[in-house]
Design a protein around this ligand. Structure first.
Ligand SMILES: O=C(O)[C@H](O)[C@@H](O)[C@H](O)[C@H](O)COP(=O)(O)O
Length: 255
C-alpha cells in the first residue's frame, strides 16, 4: 500500500518534501563521506518544489551534502539544453544556478548526469544511442526517484495507451527512446519500469486542481492502464505520494 502525505498549504508541502529527501540522503550516506546519494528527478512542476524544499529552505539547505549527490533525469526531452523544454535546462535554471550563488561562499554542487547533447538531431540511430549511453551511466539502483504524474496518468515519459505499450512493456533496457510523445517534444528518452522497481524509495509529487481527476483514477479507481498506477502496484510499500488539497480534492480524507 502506498503512503499518502497531504497538505493544506504549499509551504508545509515543500518543507516536508525537503525533509523527506534529506532523510533519504542521510540513510544513503549514513555519515560516510565516500558514499554517494543516487537520485533521479522529473521535470515540470518538480523543479520549483526542489528549489523551495532544498535550496530556499533554512531547515534543509545546511544539511544537504551536495558533492555526494549523483543526479539523473527520469526522462529527458531530446532538445538542446538551451531549449526551454529541456529538463536539464529547467533544473539548471531553477536549482543549480541559485545553488552556486547562494550565500557568500561558492557552494560545491552535485554531479549531474545529462544526455549526450552532441547527438541531438541525429535521427533514429542517434536517438537510440542517446538512450543506450544514458542507460550505461545509471547506477545499479537508485536511492530515491522523484516522479511527477501528468493529467493523463503518465509518469517519466511512460504514457498510457496502446501506442505507448512499447515503453511500459520494456523489461530489459533501463532507458528507451520514446519516439511519439503526445506532449512536445515528440522525441524523448525515459527510464523504464524495471529501473523504478529497483529503487529504494519512490516519491510522487502532484499539485494543483488540474490533477484532481487523475488522482482519483490513480489512487481510488486504480486504473491499471495508467503508468503511475503500475508503479504503485509494483512497489507500493516503497511509494509515497505528496498531494496538495487541490490535487487531492476527490480523495477521501481517511484514505
Ligand atoms: O518531462 C516530463 O514530461 C516530466 O518529467 C513528466 O513526467 C512530469 O513529471 C509530468 O508531466 C508531471 O509534470 P507536472 O508536475 O509539471 O504536471
Amino acid at each position: 500500500m502506498v503512503k499518502l502525505q497531504r497538505f493544506h498549504e504549499d509551504k508545509a508541502l515543500v518543507r516536508q518534501f525537503g525533509k523527506y529527501i534529506l532523510e533519504k540522503q542521510d540513510s544513503a550516506l549514513a555519515g560516510n563521506s565516500d558514499a554517494v546519494f543516487n537520485i533521479a528527478i522529473s521535470g515540470g512542476s518538480m523543479n520549483k518544489v526542489l528549489y523551495e524544499g532544498l535550496v530556499n529552505n533554512k531547515d534543509t539547505f545546511p544539511h544537504i551534502k551536495w558533492p555526494q549527490w549523483r543526479i539523473f533525469f527520469c526522462d529527458e526531452r531530446l532538445v538542446s539544453f538551451e531549449d526551454p523544454l529541456s529538463n536539464y535546462g529547467q533544473f539548471k535554471k531553477a536549482v543549480l544556478d541559485p545553488l552556486v550563488h547562494k550565500g557568500d561562499q561558492l557552494n560545491l554542487g552535485p554531479t549531474v548526469y545529462t544526455i549526450n547533447q552532441s547527438l541531438i538531431g541525429g535521427g533514429e540511430t542517434a536517438n537510440k544511442k542517446i538512450a543506450e549511453e544514458y542507460a550505461s551511466s545509471l547506477p545499479a539502483s537508485f536511492d530515491l526517484i522523484l516522479l511527477g504524474c501528468g493529467d493523463d496518468g503518465h509518469t517519466c515519459s511512460l504514457f498510457p495507451g496502446e501506442a505507448f505499450n512499447y515503453l511500459v512493456e520494456e523489461m530489459t533496457r533501463k532507458v528507451v527512446w520514446c519516439h511519439n510523445s503526445p506532449k512536445p517534444p515528440t522525441n524523448r528518452i525515459t527510464i523504464t519500469l524495471p529501473v523504478i522497481a529497483d529503487a529504494k524509495h519512490i516519491c510522487f509529487l502532484a499539485t494543483g486542481s488540474s490533477k484532481k481527476n487523475i488522482m482519483h483514477d490513480v489512487l481510488i479507481i486504480k486504473n491499471s492502464e495508467l503508468p503511475s498506477v503500475l508503479v504503485n502496484e509494483m512497489i507500493g510499500s516503497r511509494v509515497t505520494w505528496f498531494l496538495d488539497d487541490a490535487a487531492g480534492a476527490l480523495i477521501p480524507q481517511d484514505c
